[in-house]
Design a protein around this ligand. Structure first.
Ligand code: GLU
Length: 905
């Protein structure tokens, strides 16, 4: 019993510790623990998890455990952070870990300094003297490491690319390390806060002679810069990047792995270390993920330097607490209370005087003054396997690369193999269907943002040959070579000057270009043709019923009609049998009458022409003969007319202003024309010796406004005007005419040529490339791609057009002329009839000696009495009865002579 009592007394403190650890949040109870606070603005929450994990780990060998208190704050919210700090102080916190936001951290540091509370800042700080307790290597030490690596690289010049002015501390140190001798350093700034677009800086780098770049900046800034460098096409074997950010191992580097660009950087810890793996396991457990990643050192690099330093700082506090008893007091953060942490500064001094060799993530920790020293960097390099350690940098020791032996991944020992080579491929964007931007709601980067025939073709070739590629937008100008001035332009220039290896577009193989670059075998054949607006069906003319006969036929028909009428008239008079007794009852008449008067002759031929006949019957042989011939003639004419009429009324032939290149050269119908300003089409006319093409060249030279920068502009111009034609390559014309129904190709191709993939002159891989291209052709891949981009994607719009060949009803448009004839004929008839009626009334009035208006009124009454179809010749009531009653016979003859309204007496 006594034994148990003594044992209980001895174990009591430990039991208490265990109880308080279990009962508190992350550590022991208040009385027997050291509280440390974390104010974090880390959205991922990994800093908090690391902090808790580190406390749990260090508490395993602490007699007075640490107890963590965590406060979250929005990035940059200094006021809230200060409030949280006050709360922590009131709870008796012995050390505070600050947030990443630099200004907030500075604010909290001042408050902590005033209260003698150690302040831990686990991020890069520019002034170690004033930035609290900082385990991050000082920028000057980073500069030392960069200096040693650059010296190993033996660079004679490089670009120093920095994000913001603080990073110039590194440059400053580099320059002072070089002294008066040293490489040429070009300094360029990029700034995420300006607009996040570094491409102009990167393009300047691409155009400059430098290809070695030291990049310093924030983790996000450097990551973005590398991403954009790939887009600009400077992430390839020609470029070397030395990254001064210690978080390179956390980057998404998959995209750059095969780019052959040399990316070198620094890392403060080995991801295979036990502490790292334990931490990762805890993180993954907390996130509910599987922990296999922790066993894979290459993949387990999601621990940022800030997390590692947080972990190590907790270790430092733990070690210091072993050396000096620390009982943090509860403080009031208000200024009026000048109470401070009694042992705060002593504890901080102990923290700085420590030398810790193990159980940390970032290795050895000791301080010289306020600056951490004695650490080492892994120098890491990006290889197809991922990041590989190629050396260790330690202060004061000579640095040397110790690259592990390379493992060949793709066993292709053939000469000039393209396997794993990376090429910069120029494309022209947007230039459908060869290359265009993928339409997506997500922001695409790198090669994934482009699509098109050219893109697919390069992918097919890359699959066959095993090479990698980076697409670069080379603009609209495919380029030319001027022999006399030796000047190359556009994409040609990029290839000649080695900034790109290949170019794929609707790039025509020309002898001029072949002088400075090489082309692959042609992958598509084409010729120059004319793109023009589809001829519109003309509106039917008013007198379209006249169309079945030409004007001459109508003219001769009219003449024939008059001629036959005249013949009939003459023959009638010549033929004795045409002279008849007008009154058959009188056996021996005193006069004979001929039926073929001019009027009757006209009526007879008209009746025959209109297939209606008349009562006039020719009797003489001659008149019958001519009548028969006329009938036969009209039969053929009318049949021909009828046969042709339907076709003419229904089929309206579209008419085009231009039908061939000659029409264009002559500006027929004032049609103007142009071509792409910098293309091979324009060049064709510039160099041609054919008189027509020379004439066209002259026109285009004197009308530069007719030329366009791109084929797309040309197409737009054609669509906008009916008087503009665009000289374009047949393949591109075909692409557009399938999609734009109002566009058409006019005439045949003017020449024959092909598109090829441009490549550096004497490119060693040309033969392999050509073989692969031939294989693609033989396997039908080229045809499939052509079909896909020409006839499938976006096509089929015009096939649904209403060009049906079946019969269609005739509309008023077709027949309005006939109606017009009817209306005009009827009106004329009325006019004639009224005219003759007036003459008749006038004569009648004169005959009866009555006033014209009286006669007119009288006659009008008769006309409008529509119910009466008979008229009384001698009416007693009529105006005429008051005057010449005796002349009734003559009046009758006036009234009954309706044929010609001539009084017969
Ligand atoms: N294929 C032409 C060239 O290679 C561009 C288009 C054109 O000129 O019609 O330049």
């Amino acid at each position: 019993m006594q034994f148990w009592l003594i044992t209980l007394i001895l174990l009591w403190p430990n039991l208490c510790q265990v109880q308080s650890y279990g009962g508190s949040r992350y550590g022991g109870n208040r009385e027997q623990s050291i509280r440390i606070g974390l104010i974090t603005d880390d959205e991922s929450d990994h800093i908090r998890q690391t902090f808790e994990h580190a406390i749990a780990v260090v508490n395993n060998d602490l007699s007075v455990p640490l107890q963590g208190e965590v406060e979250h704050v929005n990035y940059g919210n200094s006021l809230l952070a200060f409030g949280q700090l006050c709360r922590l102080m009131q709870s008796g916190v012995g050390a505070v870990f600050g947030p990443s936001a630099r200004h907030t951290a500075a604010h909290l540091l001042t408050a902590c300094d005033a209260k003698d509370i150690p302040f831990v800042y686990p991020h890069l700080s520019w002034n170690a003297q004033t930035d609290g307790f900082n385990l991050h290597p000082h920028p000057q030490d980073i500069a030392h490491a960069l200096y040693d690596i650059i010296t190993q690289f033996d660079w004679s010049r490089f670009i120093f690319c920095y994000e913001s002015s603080e990073y110039l501390t590194i440059l400053d140190e580099l320059i002072s390390l070089y002294g008066i001798k040293g490489p040429v350093i070009k300094v360029m700034r990029y700034d995420l806060n300006l607009n996040g677009n570094y491409k102009s800086v990167l393009r300047r780098i691409r155009k400059s002679e430098d290809s070695r770049i030291v990049v310093v900046g924030s983790t996000e800034g450097v990551a973005e810069l590398l991403r954009q460098a790939q887009q600009v096409g400077i992430m390839n074997e020609d470029y070397t990047y030395l990254v001064g950010n210690l978080d390179l191992h956390t980057y998404e580097l998959e995209e750059y792995k095969y780019s052959e660009a040399n990316i070198t950087g620094l890392r403060m810890f080995d991801p295979a270390k036990k502490e790292v793996r334990d931490l990762l396991e805890t993180l993954h457990q907390q996130m509910g993920e599987d922990t296999t990643q922790a066993e894979n050192p290459a993949g387990a690099t999601t621990i940022t330097l800030a997390m590692a330093l947080t972990y190590d700082a907790v270790r430092v506090i733990a070690e210091a607490s072993k050396l000096v008893p620390y009982q943090p007091a509860q403080l009031n953060c208000s200024e009026r209370h000048d109470n401070v942490q009694p042992d705060g500064s002593t504890f901080r001094n102990y923290m700085r005087s420590l030398e810790i060799l193990n159980k940390t993530i970032t290795g050895r920790i000791f301080f010289q003054g306020n600056v951490r020293k004695g650490f080492s960097f892994d120098v890491i390099e990006l290889q197809p396997d991922g990041l590989v350690k190629v050396g260790t940098w330690e202060e004061g020791k000579d640095f040397e690369f110790k690259r592990p032996p390379q493992v060949a991944h793709f066993q292709d020992n053939e000469e000039n193999s393209l396997v794993n080579k990376t090429f910069n491929v120029l494309i022209s964007v947007p230039n459908k269907p060869y290359a265009s931007l993928v339409e997506s709601i997500n922001t695409l980067i790198g090669n994934s943002q482009y699509e098109g025939y050219g893109i697919d073709l390069i992918k097919e070739l890359a699959e066959k040959l095993g090479f990698n590629f980076t697409f670069i937008n080379g603009g609209n100008d495919y380029g030319s070579f001027n022999k006399s001035t030796n000047i190359t332009t556009g994409m040609l220039k990029e290839i000649v000057e080695g900034r790109a290896d290949l170019a794929i577009a609707d790039l025509t193989i020309t002898s001029e270009r072949e002088e400075v670059i090489d082309f692959s075998l042609p992958f598509m054949n084409l010729g120059i043709a004319i793109l023009y607006i589809t001829p519109q069906k003309a509106e039917p003319a008013l007198f379209s019923f006249m169309d079945p006969f030409s004007k001459e036929v109508w003219l001769y028909l009219g003449l024939a009609y008059l001629g036959v009428t005249l013949c009939l008239f003459v023959l009638g008079r010549l033929s004795p049998s045409e002279w008849d007794n007008p009154y058959p009852c009188i056996e021996e008449p005193e006069e004979l009458e001929n039926q073929f008067s001019i009027n009757n002759s006209l009526w007879f031929t008209t009746g025959a022409l209109l297939q209606q006949g008349s009562e006039i019957a020719p009797k003489a042989l001659s008149t019958r003969t001519i009548s028969s011939i006329w009938w036969f003639f009209t039969l053929i004419m009318v049949s021909s007319y009828t046969a042709n009429l339907a076709a003419f009324l229904t089929i309206v032939n579209p008419t085009s202003s231009i039908d061939n290149v000659e029409d264009l050269a002559n500006n027929k119908d004032e049609v103007q024309y142009g071509a792409k300003r910098t293309g091979s089409t324009r060049n064709f006319f510039l160099t041609s010796e054919d008189p027509i093409y020379m004439k066209m060249n002259e026109y285009m030279t004197t009308h530069p406004e007719m030329l366009t920068e791109t084929n797309q502009d040309g197409v737009k111009k054609v669509k906008a005007s009916t008087k503009y034609a665009f000289l374009m390559e047949s393949t591109s014309i075909e692409f557009n005419t399938v999609r734009e129904c109002n566009l058409t190709k006019i005439g045949d191709a003017l020449d024959e040529k092909g598109y090829g993939i441009a490549m550096v002159k004497n490119w060693p891989y040309r033969d392999k490339f050509n073989n692969a291209l031939l294989e693609l052709q033989e396997q039908g891949v080229l045809a499939r791609l052509k079909k896909k981009w020409w006839n499938e994607i976006g096509a089929g719009v015009c096939s649904a057009s209403s060009d049906d060949s079946g019969p269609s009803e005739l509309g008023m448009d077709n027949l309005s002329g006939i109606y017009a004839v009817l209306i005009v004929g009827s009106i004329l008839t009325f006019i004639f009839s009224i005219l003759y009626w007036c003459i008749f009334v006038f004569k009648k009035a004169k005959f009866y000696d009555v006033h014209f208006t009286d006669a007119l009124v009288e006659e009008f009454k008769i006309v409008i009495s529509f119910s009466e179809n008979e008229r009384i010749l001698k009416s007693a009531q009529s105006v005429y009865s008051r005057s010449r009653n005796s002349s009734s016979q003559s009046i009758e003859s006036i009234e009954t002579d309706s044929e010609d309204h001539t009084p017969q007496h």
